[in-house]
Design a protein around this ligand. Structure first.
Ligand code: HEM
Length: 513
């Protein structure tokens, strides 16, 4: 063998070994008195670990990595370091104990497109963020949000949905548009002061474009880690961009209409209240985060999150009920035993523990926001004994927390009883965090719980749901976008009163015994 070649090969091999040793050392050992970085797998150059994650269920791939690397590990994803938190204990330490260090939001291509670091959801943890979040909560409350007065708004939409289902007379249908339309109307009446008819073409377009964007954003998420992808003339990022422009125009038109008819003595809805705040601060010469750019961002975020997450959970609840008819029958029996034939109200909730346990189990099993909204480290800090550099992206894996066998016996089993104690009362473990936890926790959780209870209990009281005869049971495997939603499915909704009077069947008598 040529000696000079051997030397060249040796040099290359030695250099590679040194490089790997350096990378390994950097990731796993104390450096100059600092704690080590979290451990984690090594991916490919440039793209990092992205190609190894399941595109449909990245939260599951991350959960699997926990077996080898523990509850806190680091993935290189494109140009970013991402720390994944798998356990409740790790999330609690980051978002509650060390919230001041971990409640930031990373600047990323998609969040910059939607919010440019402003609004609420993608804004980092600064004064402008606190001002906007506090204003949104108190402003929405002014219109009854979360209070019993708000129940009227929800019940109006539930009744509309019941009527629609009754018209379908037990024939198979896809509940997707009907449910989203009803849920969306609740937030629309607060923000825009109006609700929309299910057949309103513009509204349908708006909702469909919104939904598509949530899904495309999930598939385009790689652009957040490989920003160069945004310059491709094709692909999902381009679709997100086009849809975003359309939605922006719709919102601007809605806001302009409000500005033209604005009367400070007659505040009709959240947009009016926000416009009033902009004007008042402007008149006082105060500089603030309230302006016509931010109103659009905040309104859009409340509309999107107020629609998407809750309607997706209601769709999952229908899917679980047709998959587990025995559980559906038990829910209906409790409703009949406690209420007779009347529809439930929010005051009935404490008397209906099995109904509530079923909703909680749907939220746990479906986990509609499996990876939360990414957080980021706002300074060099420590977590779980590891060093976390400033600007590291933090992904809290709610899926793994809600399916952690340490806290949930047989987590893949759908069993509402796990939320009931020996006395049949609701018992919610601390680890049940579908709305996340800490200062950045969902701001709509109270309203969402109210909506989930009223929609679910009223629909169960009114109808028996089943999958169309002769078709296979629909899949419980979710589609991942920004939320985890069910694949489209068909359902038959048979009016229980008609079923009662038309049949003498053992099923109904079984419920009402
Ligand atoms: C079942 C329904 C819902 C679920 C499961 C849910 C879940 C979540 C989760 C996991 C987060 C991320 C928290 C974090 O970053 O740590 C979040 C944030 C947020 N949610 Fe919800 N959500 C729901 C309904 C709603 C509703 C009805 C609204 C209101 C209109 C809403 C508004 C928001 C907002 C504004 C944020 C951002 C909070 C912040 O960054 O400070 N959500 N939600």
């Amino acid at each position: 063998m040529d000696l000079s070649m051997l030397t060249a090969t040796q040099i290359i091999v030695t250099a590679m070994v040194c490089l790997l040793a350096f990378v390994f050392h950097k990731r796993t050992h104390k450096r100059s008195g600092k704690n080590p970085l979290p451990p984690g797998p090594i991916g490919f150059p440039v793209v990092g670990y992205i190609p190894f994650l399941d595109k449909e269920a990245p939260y599951k791939s991350m959960t699997d990595l926990g077996t080898k690397y523990g509850d806190v590990f680091m993935l290189q994803m494109g140009s970013r370091n991402v720390v994944v938190l798998l356990s409740y204990e790790a999330i609690k330490e980051a978002f509650i104990t060390k919230g001041d260090s971990f409640n930031g939001r990373p600047r990323m291509v998609l969040s910059d497109l939607f919010s440019a670091g402003r609004g609420i959801v993608f804004s980092t943890f600064n004064e402008a963020y606190k001002e906007q979040r506090n204003f949104a909560v108190s402003g929405l409350k002014r219109f009854g949000w979360g209070s019993s007065a708000f129940e009227v708004n929800i019940i109006r939409e539930v009744n509309g949905l019941i009527e629609t289902f009754q018209h379908l007379k037990g024939k198979p249908f896809d509940p997707f548009h009907y449910v989203r339309n009803s849920v969306s109307n609740i937030i629309c009446s607060l923000i825009f002061g109006r609700r929309f008819h299910p057949d309103d073409r513009d509204f349908r377009n708006l909702l469909t474009t919104h939904y598509r964007n949530m899904k495309y954003s999930g598939s385009a998420a790689a652009v957040n880690f490989l920003p160069i992808l945004q310059y491709l003339p094709f692909g999902n990022y381009k679709r997100v961009l086009e849809n975003h422009m359309y939605l922006r125009d719709c919102q601007t038109a809605m806001i302009d209409k409000h500005r033209q008819t604005h009367n400070p003595n007659d505040i009709r809805d959240f947009l009016d209240l926000y416009i009033h705040e902009i004007d008042t601060r402007h008149q006082k010469g105060q500089s603030s985060s309230f302006d016509y750019d931010n109103i659009r961002r905040v309104a859009n975020e409340l509309f999107t999150l107020g629609t998407e997450t809750t309607s997706t959970t209601i769709l999952w609840s229908l899917l679980y009920m047709i998959t587990y008819p025995d559980i559906q029958r038990r829910v209906q029996k409790e409703l009949f035993d406690v209420l007779g034939d009347r529809l439930p109200t929010i005051d009935d909730k404490p008397k209906l523990p099995y109904v509530e346990a079923t909703i909680l189990e749907v939220q746990r099993s479906a986990c509609v926001v499996p990876l939360t909204v990414p957080h980021c480290a706002m300074e060099d800090t420590q977590l779980h004994g590891y060093h976390i550099p400033k600007d590291t992206v933090i992904m809290a894996n709610l899926w793994s927390v809600l399916h952690d066998p340490k806290h949930w016996h047989n987590p893949d089993e759908f069993r509402p009883d796990r939320f009931l104690n020996d006395k049949g009362e609701i018992e919610k473990p601390e680890t049940f965090i579908p709305f996340s936890t800490g200062a950045r926790m969902c701001l709509g959780d109270q309203t969402a719980k109210m909506e989930l209870f009223l929609f679910f209990s009223c629909l169960m009281q009114k109808f028996s749901f089943s999958h169309p005869e002769g078709t296979p049971y629909p899949s419980l495997v979710g589609k991942t976008g920004i939320t985890r939603s069910p694949k489209s499915f068909e359902v038959c909704a048979v009016d229980r009163e008609t079923q009662d009077s038309e049949t003498d069947n053992a099923f109904v008598t079984g419920i009402k015994q």
